[in-house]
Design a protein around this ligand. Sequence first.
Ligand SMILES: Nc1ncnc2c1ncn2[C@@H]1O[C@H](COP(=O)(O)OP(=O)(O)OP(=O)(O)O)[C@@H](O)[C@H]1O
Length: 399
Amino acid sequence: MLKGLNLAYGYGNITLFEGINIEVHPGKFTVIIGPNGAGKTTLLKILAGLLKPKYGTVQLNEKEIFLLPAKVRARMLAYVSQEPETLRDYSVWDTVMMGRYPYQGFLGLETNKDFQAVKKAIETVGLAGYEERTLLSLSGGERQRVYLARALAQEADYILLDEPTNHLDLFYQVKILSLLKDLAAQGKGILAVLHDLNLASFFADKLYLFSAGKLITGEAKNVLTFENIYKAYQEPALVVNHPVLNIPQILPLIVNRVSDGKKKVHIIGGGGMAGSIMLRESQQGAKISAGVLNKSDSDWQTAKALGAEVVEEEPFSPISEESYQRLLEVIKKADKIVVAPVPIGPGNLKNIEALLEVEPKKIFIVKPEEMEKRDYSGGRATYIVNSLIKAGAQRYPEA
Ligand SMILES: Nc1ncnc2c1ncn2[C@@H]1O[C@H](COP(=O)(O)OP(=O)(O)OP(=O)(O)O)[C@@H](O)[C@H]1O
């Protein structure tokens, strides 16, 4: 196993991270994610034995990495940097052959085994036929694959890669990550820094997310949550479940947040039924509030992302008396209340009952005539909505 124990690093007086522990297991694809400048490259270089940590140690198969002779280490661990050096315009073949140096003697004589390993590595990255081309004649993506081939030719047990999909088109990103996943399945320990959270979610067996100088770790579904992403990147993003793959996918909310408008609009939603309404009202300049919503519900995420005041309840919990009282406070101050077409049952009926405490003219209901279809409260929600419409509540115009 490759292990970083209690690692700390900083440049000058600035501490980038401290107390960091990380493990790379053979047979697993491990991925480091995190915002620009968090220290991902620095950590990778420390784990590759290229940079000494200020504190802590790196162990490769129980041995201190800095004590291993260079060639021994290179047979165990290959490192592909973010922007590999292009010192001279070597050919593809010669560049990949450099990966064989840990196996060559003093004279650097190439054996048939070296030849076969280079040939196979070039084929694996899809560059057969490019052997005589020189590095500077290649596109960024082709060059990146050459450096990956060089690492493959090294036949090390661990491969550490800094943004290996940087210059690749989407489909080559998937191809290269699939290749790394296969290598892991064959027993190699793969560690990659990636920026694309959705690809990381799909490919990683284990994730490490840099967050304020610490690492949050686990499987994608535990690491890629709204709260963790917000904490790490200081930006809100929607976390949705991939409908087919059942893994978290991250959608950035590319909107201008307008949260200081004068008009206060409260939105009653849940389960993603209110997202577009919140966006619309917010973009029309309203200061929005929302709730009662269960934490992590997709409407809750949207509301948070838009900077709304949110009356919230624990996930899957019914609305408590405390949240209900809080809701009453908020809706009484609102200029307008919008009710999204959300199913109503015993757990969220209080969201509808609260409407009886405010001026009906302020209430706008989406498709009130369809309330009965989504009423799981034994008819109480339909009764309230019908009464509100009679008392002056309006239909919310559809977008
Ligand atoms: N040699 C150096 N001297 C001073 N500061 C450095 C040096 N190398 C890196 N840094 C700083 O340390 C921080 C972390 O850098 P690092 O490259 O490890 O981050 P990163 O998470 O890989 O970032 P990115 O996602 O942008 O590639 C950055 O703020 C960077 O400017």
